[in-house]
Design a protein around this ligand. Structure first.
Ligand code: CO8
Length: 264
């Protein structure tokens, strides 16, 4: 991989998008690599949580940029057909981040603009360093957010705030991103990876199969009518009731001891 760095330890994968010369902007090659590595991660039993973050800039500053957008140099001469293909290429790994069995956490370590804000929103959870900057500057470039931003931003922060950010192209800082619900947590930049890892470990300590089923229930139910969504949840609840973890988790509670959860 030329633009990604993957490290796995203690059932946590840390995937760094690393294009120092372009503040980690997403080009076609990076999207292809992302798709490939997420397919690999999805199939690995030894990974329970994925933390996505940005690599250092060319001066070695680790907190300059998460992802500064899609690669403008690549897009500048796109035809409409090429632009559509580029958007669809991104949608495949973005949907993997959203729907893969493992929990995905974006550790946002600087600029998260355009496609950078969009890829963070495809993750389950966002933790931002206190210097992080979020924005959707596309309309100022004569385009619109094309990696799901018009849809995911409105779903996360509401239509009014999403429209304001997209129409004005105003960037917001981490505190404002937290206030409007775009990020789950803001921490001092030195504590970003530690906080993300701590959260990952807490999630891993729960029943991993239950967490994966809960993720599927939340994602699938989100766009359903409430009646069918609740019925779908009841069915998935039933599935979790056939597991070792359910028996062990509930028995341990009744016996007043710590549960020894496996992964099913
Ligand atoms: N694409 C390509 N190169 C980039 C990008 C980018 N998005 N962002 C930064 N770079 C490059 C710069 O060109 C520069 O290169 P060089 O050193 O060779 O001149 C290098 O990274 C460093 O950047 P700066 O010198 O500009 O650094 P500053 O600290 O001065 O500024 C900023 C940092 C504010 C982040 C600034 O770089 C910036 O504004 N970047 C662009 C941000 C942006 O507009 N992002 C949105 C892009 S559009 C988008 O994401 C659309 C997504 C959907 C596409 C759907 C298609 C279907």
């Amino acid at each position: 991989m030329n633009n990604l760095v993957l490290e796995v330890a203690d059932e946590i994968a840390v995937l760094k998008i690393s294009r120092p010369a372009a503040l980690n902007a997403l080009n076609s090659e990076t999207l292809d690599e992302l798709n490939e590595v997420l397919t690999e991660i999805e199939g690995r039993d030894d990974i329970k949580v994925l933390i996505l973050t940005g690599g250092a800039d060319k001066k070695g500053n680790e907190f300059k940029s998460f992802v500064a957008g899609a690669d403008i140099a690549e897009m500048v001469n796109f035809t409409a057909a090429e632009a559509r293909a580029f958007g669809m290429k991104a949608s495949v790994p973005f949907f993997k981040l959203m729907n893969m069995r493992q929990v995905t956490i974006a550790a946002v370590n600087g600029f998260a603009l355009g496609g950078g804000c969009e890829i963070s929103m495809a993750c389950d959870i966002r933790i931002a360093s206190d210097n992080a900057i979020f924005g959707q500057p596309e309309c100022g470039l004569g385009i619109i957010p094309g990696f799901g931003g018009t849809q995911r931003l409105a779903r996360l922060v509401g239509m009014g705030r999403a429209k304001e950010m997209i129409f004005t192209c105003d960037n917001i800082d981490a505190a404002e991103a937290y206030r409007i619900g775009l990020v789950n947590k803001v921490v001092a930049k030195e504590e970003l990876m530690e906080t993300a890892t701590k959260m990952a470990k807490k999630i891993i300590s729960k029943g991993s199969y239950a967490v994966a089923i809960a993720k599927a229930a939340i994602n699938n139910g989100y766009d359903m009518d409430i009646k069918n969504a609740v019925e779908m949840e009841a069915n998935l609840f039933g599935v979790t009731c056939s597991t070792h973890d359910k028996k062990e988790g509930m028995t341990a509670f009744l016996e007043k001891r710590a549960a020894d959860l496996t992964d099913f």
